[in-house]
Design a protein around this ligand. Structure first.
Ligand code: ADP
Ligand code: MG
Length: 264
């Protein structure tokens, strides 16, 4: 089981869209995926059409002694489970920060999942602010996937996140945290700037940047308000194609889990 954090301290860059749709596409390929919504705004939760009920977020696990297994729910998509978010998660920023173990708490809470054999991938959708939840996710993750918006300011955010990864490694909480990949999002072919940003990021991070580029499409922007992953909402559209191809590239990087490899 690999734990992947989808993070960028900048908001609106496509973290949630990528977490939700990469999870859905990996699940459609037969991977057993657990999506954890770590953002108190709960956009991944509502984007899958799931109500934000008070019970069922990671909150009681992080601040109390509930087991993560007790808050995992199935979704209507086969192979995709979720730990929902709720506003109550915002309380962790204060409550966990007051404890001595705020950096390692999430890591310790998720640890038992590694031995259940239930999941191939745990994908965490991180909040934008550089708080306890995001740093905790980086301490808990095997790998970090960074979505970058194809615009000038995308690059700025990237240097910041690279700095944070270094700090998490040096803190000792997670010396092996790997930069799994960078995915360029909201590419607009009508804008020269989009191509320029892609070239720049590829220049700095050769080999790390995914070949797949996520285009800006109206359908990708609409799908969350219908509570659907893009492969449900517009299965033959460009957005679904892009996230399917991202999932394929992701699996090629990781080596597909046995169940997927045997089905292929
Ligand atoms: P973040 O989680 O980083 O804040 P989101 O994934 O929520 O970013 O994206 C921000 C907004 O942009 C959302 O309204 C989302 O639906 C929209 N969006 C994200 N990716 C795309 C895309 N490729 N094309 C069109 N709209 C997008
Ligand atoms: Mg988000």
């Amino acid at each position: 089981m690999r734990i992947v954090a989808i993070a960028n301290q900048k908001g609106g860059v496509g973290k949630t869209t990528t977490a939700l749709n990469l999870s859905a596409c990996l699940a459609a390929k037969g991977c057993r995926v657990l999506l954890i919504d770590l953002d108190p705004q709960a956009n991944a939760t509502s984007g899958l059409g799931i109500a934000q009920e008070e019970e069922g977020s990671l909150y009681p696990c992080l601040v109390g002694d509930a087991q993560p297994q007790s808050v995992i729910r199935s979704t209507r998509l086969p192979n995709l489970s979720i730990i929902r978010s709720h506003q109550e998660l915002a309380g962790c920023e204060v409550e966990l920060a007051q404890t001595g173990h705020h950096l390692t708490r999430l890591r310790d809470v998720l640890h038992p999942l590694r031995y259940t054999g239930h999941f191939d991938y745990v994908i965490m959708d991180c909040p934008p602010s550089l708080g306890v939840l995001m740093t905790g996710a980086l301490a808990a993750a095997d790998e970090l996937l960074v979505p970058i918006q194809c615009e000038y300011f995308g690059l700025e955010g990237l240097s910041k996140i690279v700095q944070i990864v270094q700090q998490i490694r040096e803190s000792g909480a997670n010396p092996n945290l790997a930069l799994e990949g960078i995915v360029m999002t909201m590419f607009d072919s009508r804008m020269n700037l989009s191509q320029q940003v892609v070239n720049d990021v590829r220049g700095y991070f050769e080999g790390v940047v995914y070949q797949t580029i996520i285009p800006r499409t109206i359908r990708l922007g609409e799908a969350p308000s219908f509570g659907k992953a893009i492969i449900e909402y517009d299965p033959s559209g460009k957005g679904a194609q892009a996230y399917t191809s991202l999932a394929e590239e992701f699996l090629a990087r990781h080596g597909a889990p046995a169940a997927v490899a045997s089905a292929a």
